[in-house]
Design a protein around this ligand. Structure first.
Ligand code: ATP
Length: 903
């Protein structure tokens, strides 16, 4: 066997051999060694998929039927030697491509940065202490800790495995999770049979354990398979895709109309072919919304960035649309609505209640009952509390300049601090005395955790903590103040649980028993009926201030907020009331849900706002039940078992900090700060993006239709064009890349969160939108022809009349932009007039361009324009204002009518 093979053969080597081969220990590497190895092995990252080159990306901007038509027009005008028209059309095409290219680049960068925010973390032992590091920082020889829901960060040889099952489909194609253990495997075993190894990229479906990192980055098994690398997500959503298809059909339709007009104009109206042809080219260019696809993509990209700024990371783009139509948010309690900063407030024993003082996670403070401060010397039961709280615990407390911090579960951190407060012996009072032999990790199905420990004298004990109902069911005795065990008084404890929970405290029960000296394994059956109850611990986890505001905001936006928690019903009710949920009287528990059939659950789920003692399976049923009532459901989750509910929900939302990789991968949205307020912010952004998509369409389509109809009407009526073909091309050039783009950057309208949610199946082209397109394009037509005839009537030459008509067109487009910015409110406020920076940059650029084409002699020569006299200029602006007044009045009438209809 060659050296290299031997290095690859870790599955067939004993743990001790692997440790020495990699020059490491069970306590992990030292920090200095890690730095050295990182320099040698590089980051633990798979090579990036090759990116498309800049040139390819630029050329792809032209790959679009809308652009093909424009290019063909440019070709024909060049053949006819209409160089100016060719130039302007090419400028439209190139301007469009440059903007598309730049914006797409920015969007891709933003998406990459967002993906970076989701970089997985890994728990690792270094210098004997547990820390959480970026998975890219792992080096061969590191000892990693893992649990259900984690994505395996590197190739790992198992050192300890408790009930570990792994989904290896990405690597082996096998969809059923496989069991893993620390046992050696034959050297020639196939990848799928190497049960002593975990492979990078696979998912821990159950269990927990630890292992040695043996390969990192591209040396891992997955790194060796090329083509498995993440593909680049295209920036699109169903609506935008739909719009893309619409734009293509529209182009075809326009070409058809253009052809018919060509035939009609030539044979019926008797136009000269070349002139007619140029008019038809102008028509096509004017009518085709060539900028629309790019602007919609930009709108999405802006939305994704805005959400990321508010800590909501979009993993799948269609989520942006769904978020805007969410009508129910089902949220976890702990950490999302509450701060997940736990603090033990009270202890309850069979004979006393103790108040616990001290701040944060500092393991110092006092424990007192009604008669004064107490210690384990006075009340031996406090020593038991300290033992169970300190031993049945996987968290660590660290002190830094800013105080004490938890590594691991905050609730366990609070229990560690409690052990310190009782014993007065710091953050780890039992280390060195008790060694862990075995454990049953916490899982949501059993709702408790158990550990088996041995002291230096060889005595063994089992300590258990968990939800009171679960623990009480395992106990037969309860412990008195002096350490004596007497029979359990079930009713007493149930009463105390309710009492603590009614104050919003999370209640845990602690229990313990002795174990035989030869006991090594630990299973659920070892606990049943053997435990003695030490007492209850009441923990405070205050609600997040911002969550209270966000819940109120959701309510005003017509969104129902429901809390689905694993916690006790009374705790859930108390917290729900503090948060401001609507119906806190009625709480449905997991047991209640089990008793209801789907039909009854659908009704109950709509009425109830608080669900307690639920398991992930209940979440799935609740989502389905709410959806069956036509609601669009956002659901949060963090555990590995939450994945089905997250996938099923219309918008699955995972917690970025405490969430498992499995949950994050199943979700559409990940919250960087686990905060409910970020969900509300994401909904607001989702609504804004949808509004902006509608605004972009409402501006683009009537503008194009207005321009096109001007030509069509002139052709059909056999009139001279009020705006020449080349001028139409010019207008298209300057407005499409300025005004059209501005709406993609619109901020949320004031009332965005005071409106009820949009129906999920609402079509993009609503009757309202179609009406607006017709109304506005007709007004355009009247205004342009009106000014044209007015000018001729006044005795102006045709060129001047055309120049005025063209300027009218642009002024109308600007006023239309200001009108469309406020779809749901009035445009007659100072804020509406003030606009945004982007809007004003666009308006000023267009105005300067219009002054140039109107007054610069060289441009006049090229475009056949003439200087517009001041008074006529004022008239044009007045026409724009009249247009604005008309459309605004129409909108206000419609809004008033809608409000009345609703009332
Ligand atoms: P949510 O985040 O949905 O509000 P939760 O954190 O309250 O849920 P779970 O994590 O499912 O819900 O916990 C359910 C119950 O299990 C808790 O109320 C607590 O009694 C118990 N529990 C939670 N974590 C542990 C743990 N590490 N060890 C022992 N028991 C635990």
């Amino acid at each position: 066997m060659s050296d290299l093979d031997r290095r690859r053969d870790f599955h067939a080597q004993a743990v001790s051999e692997v440790l020495s081969a990699l020059n490491t220990t069970q306590a992990g590497l030292s920090l200095a060694e890690v730095t050295k190895r990182r320099a040698e092995h590089g980051p633990n990252r798979l090579p990036e998929p090759p990116r498309r080159s800049g040139l390819v990306r630029f050329l792809l901007q032209f790959h679009n039927i809308l652009i093909y038509v424009l290019l063909a027009s440019a070709g024909v005008t060049a053949l006819l030697q209409h160089w100016i028209d060719t130039g302007v059309i090419l400028a439209v095409v190139i301007g469009n491509a440059v903007i598309g290219y730049l914006q797409e680049g920015r969007a891709e960068e933003a998406m990459n940065a967002i993906r970076g925010m989701l970089a997985p973390h890994s728990a690792v032992l270094r210098d004997g202490t547990r820390r959480s590091v970026d998975a890219a920082d792992l080096v061969p020889g590191d000892i990693v800790l893992f649990e259900a829901g984690d994505r395996v960060p590197a190739d790992v040889r198992l050192v300890e495995a408790r009930g570990v099952r792994v989904e290896e489909a990405v690597l082996t194609g096998e969809s059923v999770p496989v069991d893993k253990s620390t046992e050696l495997v034959r050297p020639d075993a196939a990848l799928g049979d190497r049960s002593s190894m975990l492979f990078s990229g696979t998912l821990i479906a159950a269990g927990a354990g630890r292992g040695i990192v043996v390969q990192t980055g591209s040396n891992t098994e997955i790194g060796k398979i090329s083509g498995m690398l993440a593909s680049v997500e295209t920036l699109t959503t169903p609506l935008v895709h739909q719009m893309d298809i619409f734009a293509r059909w529209l182009t075809l339709f326009i070409l058809l109309v253009a052809f018919l007009l060509l035939v009609y104009g030539y044979f019926v109206s008797g136009f000269e072919f070349e002139e007619l042809f140029m008019m038809v080219v102008g028509l096509s260019v004017a009518a085709i919304p060539e900028g629309l696809p790019a602007v919609l993509t930009i709108t999405l990209a802006v939305g994704v960035q805005a959400m990321a700024k508010r800590n909501a990371i979009v993993r799948r783009l269609p989520a942006i649309e769904t978020l805007g139509s969410v009508s129910v948010i089902c949220s976890d309690k702990t950490g999302t609505l509450t701060r997940n900063e736990m603090n033990v407030a009270e202890l309850v024993t069979a004979e006393h209640m103790y108040a616990v003082s001290g701040s944060g996670y500092q393991p110092e403070g006092s424990v007192a009952n009604a008669t004064g401060e107490m210690s384990p010397q006075l009340h031996s039961i406090l020593g038991d509390f300290a033992l169970v709280a300190g031993l049945c615990n996987d968290a660590g407390l660290h002190q830094s300049e800013n105080g004490w911090h938890v590594e691991g579960d905050p609730m366990e951190g609070a229990l560690k601090a409690l052990a310190g407060k009782i014993t007065g012996a710091g953050a780890d009072p039992h280390s060195g005395v008790w060694a862990r032999i075995n454990a049953i990790p916490f899982d949501a199905a059993h709702r408790y955790m158990a550990v088996l420990h041995e002291d230096q004298a060889g005595q063994r004990r089992i300590d258990v903590k968990g939800a009171p109902e679960a623990i009480l069911a395992l106990c037969t005795t309860q412990r008195l103040t002096d350490g004596k065990d007497v029979p359990l008084e079930h009713d007493y404890w149930s009463g105390k649980v309710e009492e603590l929970a009614a104050n919003g405290q999370r209640v845990l029960a602690l229990a313990a028993c002795h174990a035989p000296e030869d006991k090594d394994d630990l299973v659920h059956a070892d606990l049943d009926g053997r435990l003695s109850l030490i007492g209850l611990v009441g923990l405070i986890d205050p609600p997040r201030e911002e969550a209270i505001e966000a819940v109120a905001e959701c309510h005003s936006a017509g969104i129902r907020v429901k809390m689905i928690t694993g916690d006790h019903a009374a705790t859930a009710r108390a917290i729900a009331a503090m948060i401001g949920l609507k119906n806190t009287e009625k709480v449905l528990t997991g047991l209640d849900i089990d008793m209801l059939d789907d039909g009854a659950l659908a009704i109950a789920a709509v009425e109830t706002d608080v669900f307690a003692r639920t398991s992930p399976a209940h979440k799935l049923r609740l989502v389905t039940a709410l959806q069956s009532r036509g609601l669009t459901v956002a659901m949060t989750g963090d555990g590995v078992n939450d994945a089905p509910a997250l996938k099923r929900a219309d918008a699955g939302i995972a917690m970025g900090q405490k969430g498992s990789e499995a949950a994050k991968e199943a979700a559409e949205l990940v919250l960087a700060d686990d905060n409910f307020a970020s969900i509300a912010a994401a909904v607001r952004e989702g609504r804004t993006v949808y509004d902006n998509i509608q605004k972009v369409i409402s501006w683009t389509l009537p503008t194009n239709a207005g321009e096109a109809m001007t030509i069509v009407v002139a052709l059909l009526a056999g009139l001279a064009l009020p705006v020449t073909a080349v001028q139409i091309l010019w207008v298209n050039l300057v407005t499409a890349i300025t005004l059209g783009l501005a709406l993609a950057f619109e901020p949320s309208e004031t009332g965005t969160m005071h409106r009820p949610p949009r129906r999920r199946d609402e079509p993009l082209l609503t009757s309202g939108l179609v009406w607006r397109i017709a109304f506005i394009s007709t007004l355009f037509l009247i205004a342009v022809f009106g000014i044209y005839f007015y000018a001729l009537d006044k005795g102006h030459p045709v060129q001047l009349a055309q120049t005025m008509a063209m300027n009218t067109l642009v002024v109308l487009e600007i006023f239309n932009l200001f009108f469309i910015r406020n779809m749901y409110g009035t445009s007659l406020t100072w804020e509406a007039v003030r606009g945004t920076k982007v809007i004003w940059i666009c308006v000023i650029s267009v105005t300067l361009a219009q002054f140039a084409i109107t007054y610069l002699p060289f441009m006049q020569a090229v475009f056949g324009t003439q200087s517009v006299p001041l008074l006529d200029g004022v008239l044009i602006v007045a026409v724009g204002m009249t247009f604005f007044a008309l459309v605004e009045t129409e909108k206000q009438m419609r809004l008033a009518f809608q409000t009345r209809a609703k009332a």
